[in-house]
Write a protein that binds this ligand. Structure first.
Ligand code: ZN
Length: 180
């Protein structure tokens, strides 16, 4: 994809150089986007490609790293629409040492109380059965280099909290999901 973008850039800057290779790249770009390639920026093309994956599902990527951080502390989603959240662990550490998950809590759930129960639930990857009613959605627990997805729909407008339920991570790994 990066090579493709680079080729695209070269095409923009060297419009006079028309090789067979450049023509084939243009052909592929046109397949993804009906607008003329000349008026489309590289960023626009990327957005169009992502939207074309499945227009009925809102796709969100949340990254987690070896420094016990999520890359977002606020996520906005539309009410009543299917959301596919992909959690990507960009670090290298194992699941045992630096495991991460995404747990979205229901309205009114007590995050500290939830995390305290989660800590004891090692056998179920820190998803406590005793607090199942607090959970709206959650991903699997993953280690460095892995990614996992969960699909959910928020039915009611509001602000919901999310966390990583690996022991002690929620102090740093938490955020708000706003459905509107
Ligand atoms: Zn974590």
């Amino acid at each position: 994809m990066r090579t493709f973008m680079l080729n695209l850039k070269i095409i923009f800057f060297m419009k006079k150089v028309v090789s067979v290779f450049a023509l084939s790249m243009l052909f592929f770009a046109c397949k993804n986007d009906k607008k003329p390639v000349e008026t489309t920026t590289v960023e626009d093309t990327k957005e169009v490609v992502e939207e074309n994956v499945n227009p009925d599902v809102v796709e969100i990527t949340l990254e987690a790293n070896d420094n016990m951080q999520f890359d977002k502390n606020e996520i906005k989603v539309p009410v009543g629409k299917e959301v596919k959240l992909t959690l990507k662990h960009t670090g290298k550490m194992s699941k045992d040492l630096m495991g991460h998950n995404f747990v979205l809590l229901n309205e009114g759930a007590d995050m500290a109380a939830f995390a305290a129960e989660a800590m004891k639930a090692k056998d179920s990857d820190y998803i406590p059965a005793s607090k199942a009613s607090d959970i709206m959605a959650h991903t699997d627990l993953i280690g460095g280099g892995e990614s996992t997805s969960v699909t959910f729909t928020v039915e009611k407008p509001g602000t919901y909290e999310y966390l990583c339920s690996f022991p002690a991570h929620y102090a740093m790994m938490k955020g708000k999901l706003i459905a509107e």
